[in-house]
Design a protein. Sequence first.
Length: 502
Amino acid sequence: MTGNVRVRFAPSPTGPLHIGGVRTALYNYLFARKHGGSLILRIEDTDRSRLVEGAEQYIMEALDWCGIIVDEGVKQGGPYGPYRQSERGSIYNEYAEKLLEAGMAYIAFDSPEELEILRKSYEEKGDNFMYNAQTREGLKNSLSLPADGVDRLRAQMVPYVIRFKMPAGEDIEMDDRIRGRVVVNSSTLDDKILFKSDGMPTYHLANVVDDHLMEITHVIRGEEWLPSLPLHVMLYRAFGWDQPSYAHLPLLLKPMGKGKLSKRDGDKMGFPVFPLYWPHGEAARGYREDGYFPEAFVNMLVLLGWNPGTDKELFSMDELIREFSIERVNRSGARFDPEKARWFNHQYMQIKAVGDIADEYARMVEEKGYSIKPEDAARLVEMVRERVDFISELWYQTDFFFEAPSHYDEAAVRKRWKQDSPVMMKEVRAVLESISSFTPAEIEERVKNWIQERGYGTGAVMNAFRLLIVGELRGPHLFDIIAFIGREETLDRIDRGLEVLG
RNA sequence: GCUCCGUUCGUCUAGUGGUUAGGACGCAAGGUUUUCAUCCUUGUAGCAGGGGUUCGAUUCCCCUACGGAGUACCA
């Protein structure tokens, strides 16, 4: 890569950022870092009617949570600001004017209602209405109207838009880093609106102007933009600018059925489609609040549409930066698989530093009304982390360390509490009392020796014993449990169990 | 409808003009284990269809089917 790589993530603050958007941001970030370039966050808020309170903040917080570092943007500033399109109004005006002067754009007075009627009538004929070289002469615009007519309408403050004058019959050739060469004939395109009657530019104009002004070298965006790439290429040509390199990413599809991933799928199948919880309006759950580690979330996401060509599946952000390449991004859409997302979290549950998990675990324990020392929290986490996918599941794996059984699982009692169990438990109690050093290894040795001496079945002893300590047949190694809760508590639980179960 | 993009196990994917088409998730069966999990082993299942090109196509080309996106004074 030569020159200074500059990429941008340009979301519209119309709601919470979808995980597809997060992936786009991630690929941009990885590409920028890989090539020593910069990531710019530009807020595309030219549609004032769709603005949603809190969305911009959400976007920044989500990127932050994922570990995607923005170099220039609303929050961090930079030499190419402002980074909010709503604050760049005069800039777009100037460039629209240039196009007008050069005769590459024109003014159109047709109202949305008039166009709607036109579309309907075409549709009835089984046709498709397009505002283009074929139809523009018969419509209300500065190309068809006499000059004084245009001036009069403007003087009367009749609302108007500025449209791009798309030439006809021209093959537009484009290069995409992922899809290769794409050719589209300009006759299939229409005269897109560049400037709306409310004085705001549309995406197309603002996007091209900003990418140029901000010296964006690579545009990495979703596939939904591929159909408008010809327009953007034509705009660059109209302005006489060099165009950036383009890469259109495949879409994220729903786990089952047709279509792209939507919030509904998540609600229906019980998984989030957003990185963070969204509290406004119709609330939506998020990966962060659902207990996913950001590392796992990012790891899961990056592999939806990209892979390094090896069997390696677990990557730190640094490794991703090193190994990422836009050329290895797939061309086809990827179905999102919530099961695999869980699996990734399980993997990170095993490889993360104990301390990181223990801190959160300790908070959870305290919320349950118990106090725990940091080293004990770490000890318990080590003991049971392999059994869970999420930190939130840790409590169910350790509750019996804090609470003696309040009842004994019926099925387990039926299965494991036999005629001879009381005798065995009284004997094991005595063995425990005689142990000088109450450590897991010491307890295990003494108990197992005793089992052997008496010729008991290991299963018969251990399951009955577990029943008295845990109340159910679950949990990590029993000797680890009783060593942790201590001799006194262990003997108490045995006594209580014997009392209840007889 | 029209334009564009795409199509390897159920899912994410690797891969090559000649391979036993590889891995992961899931699922299944064994094994380890004092329970439940974890873990380990094995298994399961795929080149959308039809034409070409070729000595030979999953791989290259065309067509069809299917999927996706776009077709707004939304981005």
